[in-house]
Structure formats: structure tokens, C-alpha cells
Ligand binder design. Sequence first.
Ligand code: KG4
Ligand code: ZN
Length: 351
Amino acid sequence: MKNIKNKLFSQEPVEIGPNSNYENYIMAIESSCDETACSIVKNGREVIANVVASQIKTHAQFGGVIPEIAAREHLDSINIVIEEAFRQAKENIGLNPEDITAFAGTVGPGLVGCLLVGLNAAKTLALTYDKPFIGVNHLNAHLCGNYIDTDLKPPFMALLVSGGHTQIIDVKSYSEQEIIGETVDDAVGEAYDKVARLIGLPYPGGPRLDKLAQEGSPFAYKLPEARVDGLNFSFSGLKTAVLRLVKSFEGKELPVNDICASFQETVSSTLLHKLKKALEESGYKQVVIAGGVAANSEIRKKIFNLQSEGYTVFAPPMKYCTDNAAMVASCAYFNTNTFDDINVEVFSRVK
Ligand code: KG4
Ligand code: ZN
């Protein structure tokens, strides 16, 4: 439990977390990349309001996220998503802005200009309503997406797969976690997006590649599963192998569905093999997946199949896999490893 005191006027600390004697309503803002999001979550698990403004259409015309444009779009959307979250909370349970226990915002990692918009909005709300401010790490927040609407409790093994990260994390307690495996080059989401571009799919490539893969044969082409020590991953060799395969079809029609399915099969098998190794070594029986790529159909299927081997598997519903603010609110509540200094500054990379 956190006793947070960083308020402007009143000085008595506020109890936040699973051991608090009070109901906690945390409003969180997320703006680390290309979604402007605001949510209100009760006691870390029950979503009272959830709003996401996506910039996908804007960035699609450029084939990827343009940081300066993304920051400007956050500025256009930020007040709208906050007002809509307050409106939903009023409509759903009669909650007023003064009833919010604390305001939270993503501190990093992410695009600095984008993070600044959401973080400053969260700090301003905290100062305006004289409530505590909590800064949250975006990666920890992805893991906490699994606490929403579930009774998940640590310890568990987590596979975090996003556009920028691929990690196996030993979550020992709500606030104690150890990264025990990670990619030595490309992140899974990055590999998806790069391969999607190679075969001519528009941004965002990952979900589109996933869809086409479902129409193809996963064993049409044998692609290499990188051999990396321990629990680490490598995906750059796989990307090069797809490039070579695509080039071999020059002048001929590209079997897009089969290439997507074969790539997806290799990626999902690689992730499963390493995750199983981590589970066996730790003896844990609970496993969670998190991050934007946890929305992938084949990765979900393979990891949920672990249930037949006696594991309990958690994965957030699709809307809490990709960037959202409900996971940030949940993290502000559960994870004591947060920033409670209102002067905290944004950061672009994991320190
Ligand atoms: O977690 P996220 O929303 O943003 C980051 O923090 O990176 O993840 C975005 C990544 C992108 O690379 C996107 O292509 C990928 O998640 N992604 C998918 C799927 N849905 C999103 N990749 C594969 N299959 C999907 N269904
Ligand atoms: Zn993310």
C-alpha cells in the first residue's frame, strides 16, 4: 500500500492499494504513442470509465507513427477523452471528479512529446482537485492489464510482447518483478510491422498480418527459429529469412497468406518454447501475456493451450492488450513501484 502525500493544499496522506481500507477510484491518462486514453478504475480491477482516441488513420497515410504529428493529435484529443471519462463515470455510478482518489499518468517509456501531453494533464488534474499524483511505467501497466476483471494475484510468469519490447518477467509480488529474458534485437511487434511492410501491407501491419495468416498454411515454408541462449529471443534473422523468401517470388504472384501463416507459426512457437522453459524453471503454475502483440490470435491460442498442461492462463481482452488507460490506473493501484513525486519527468527509454 502507498501512503501518498504529494498534494497541493491538504497534507494528510491518502491510502492507495489492495490493503487500503477505502474504495480507490483512480483516473489515469495514457499518451505514450498513438492512442490518447483516459480511464477510471475502481480498486484496480473494475473499469468505471474507459475512453481511447486512436490516431491510426492519421499515421496510416505515412506508414508509421510520426512523433510530432502524434503529439499534436494528443493535444487535440486530451480534453475530449478526459471529459468523456468523467461523463461515463457520472452516468455509470454517479461518480464526480471530486470523488477520484488519485490521478495517474504514464511517465515512459514512449515518445517524449506524446508523454508530456498526458502526464501534464494528469498532474494538472491532481493539483486542481488536490488529490495525489501517481506516475506509471508503461511496461508495468501492460502487465497490470491482466488484473482487470480477474482475481489474478502474483506470483506468476509474464510474457510481455509489444511494439518496443519482448520480455519474460518473473512477477514475484505486486511490486517486485525481474526480467529474466528479452530480445537481443527486434521486438516481436517490430518484427510483425517490418515483415508486414515487406509484403506490402499498410500500417499498422501486425493485426493485418495476423488476419491474413489465418487464411494461410502455417507449414507452407520452413522459417528459422533463432537459437539464443537461455530465455532470450532474437527476431532479426527471421525477418531477413522472410525478405529472402519474398525476393524468391520476384516476377511471380506472392503467396501472401502462406508467408504470413508461416511467419506467425515460427514467432508463436518461439515465444511458447521460451515461456515454457521459464515456467518449468520457476515452478509457477500461473502465466499471463500482455502488450499489443498479446492480441495476436495464434500467440493467444498457443499460450491458452498451456491450460491442458495444468497452467492457469490470463490474457487481457483485446481492448486492454493494446494501449489503454485502464491498465495504467490498475498499475497505479497495485504496483508500489510507481513515481509519487509530482515533479517526475517523462523518459523515452527504460532506464
Ligand atoms: O503495446 P502496443 O499497443 O504499443 C507499444 O507499447 O508498443 O503494441 C503495438 C504493437 C504493434 O507492433 C502492432 O503491430 C502489434 O502490437 N499488434 C499485433 C496485433 N495487434 C497489435 N501484432 C500481431 N498481431 C496482432 N493481432
Ligand atoms: Zn504499449
